[in-house]
Ligand binder design. Structure first.
Ligand SMILES: Nc1ncnc2c1ncn2[C@@H]1O[C@H](COP(=O)(O)OP(=O)(O)OP(=O)(O)O)[C@@H](O)[C@H]1O
Ligand SMILES: [Mg+2]
Length: 290
């Protein structure tokens, strides 16, 4: 069966797009799925995490495939299969992608559909393709990501009161992309990240966000969420999946839960980790001590 394409998007920086792209990929891989991560962010953060070679030194990046008339010819030179994350392959990005995006925008008639051409070539090889996007809501890279999306996940920071107004902008953008580029795209999911219940203020903000997102018709809130954890940062620095970094901790569990939920809701696979009860404990757990 062809891969489900999931696009990780939010114009707000630092909300966890890259952390979730790579670790959700890892979690879904551990459930027996073959995963392709496409790094569509010229910052190359997913690539830094997954590539054994410094992304700036790579011969080819995903932009080269997007510019090629026949991407398959170059796929072998670009695809990284040894990522250190189980069953996770990578199409990497680096700073060159910025210039390539400009060129695609200026010179190509089907500028918004260049990535779709690449994705269509490899869709049968994977169960999920997860696309990490740059923190913006414009430009040819975002359009390319949404043109091939089956699903969109918008990570938001649980403790940030501005998350809701930011989310409104994302939803308007996604809805425009749906009508103009990709009518088949499903209703976006929202995933709460960095959930902390250390203070009353943090709890209240989380509760308010959760209520307001749940009330919205144009987005579905995932039941599971990711707690704020210093291990998330540490695993990033160690370039190791969170689950491997501290396998038996709450944060590792907290990655397994959304992976299980996504596998069920996007992939239609049976749930192996309960039906959301676990999320309740995730929401209320701060795991820095784990
Ligand atoms: N659950 C978490 N708990 C604690 N820290 C986290 C968590 N998730 C992400 N982080 C940290 O937040 C920072 C930003 O995360 P990340 O790079 O994934 O965000 P991003 O949305 O991809 O950012 P950008 O928009 O710049 O690409 C990183 O230092 C990461 O380690
Ligand atoms: Mg990122």
């Amino acid at each position: 069966m062809a891969a489900k394409v999931i696009v990780m998007i939010n114009n707000k920086g630092g909300v966890g797009k890259t952390t979730l792209t790579t670790n959700l990929g890892d979690g879904l891989g551990r459930l027996g799925n073959n995963i392709l991560v496409i790094d569509l962010d010229p910052q190359g953060n997913s690539s830094s995490l997954l590539s054994p070679v410094n992304p700036e030194r790579l011969g080819m990046n995903v932009g080269d495939l997007m510019m090629a008339d026949d991407p398959l010819i170059h796929l072998g030179k670009c695809l990284i299969e040894e990522t250190g994350f189980k069953r996770v392959n990578l199409l990497p990005a680096n700073l060159r992608l910025d210039i390539q995006a400009e060129e695609i925008h200026m010179k190509m008639f089907n500028a918004s559909f260049r990535l779709k051409k690449v994705v269509d070539e490899v869709k049968d090889l994977y169960d999920y393709i997860i696309i990490d996007c740059p923190p913006r809501l414009s430009g040819v890279l975002l359009a390319n990501a949404l043109a091939c999306a089956d699903h969109v996940i918008v990570p938001i920071e649980s403790g940030d009161e501005f998350s809701i107004s930011g989310l409104e902008n994302v939803l308007v953008y996604v809805s425009r992309a749906k009508s103009q580029l990709n009518p088949e795209m499903a209703t976006p999911f929202c995933l709460m990240n960095k959930v902390s219940r250390r203070t009353l203020g943090a709890k209240q903000t989380e509760h308010a966000l959760r209520t307001r997102v749940s009330e919205k018709a144009d987005i579905e809130l995932l039941e599971t969420s990711i707690p704020e954890s210093v291990q998330a940062k540490n695993s990033l620095m160690a370039r190791t999946p969170i689950i491997s970094f501290k396998d038996n901790t709450a944060i590792a569990d907290a990655i397994r839960d959304p992976a299980d939920e996504v596998n069920h809701r996007v992939g239609g696979k049976p749930r192996v980790r309960g039906t959301g009860h676990k999320s309740k404990s995730n929401e209320s757990t701060r795991v820095d001590a784990a």
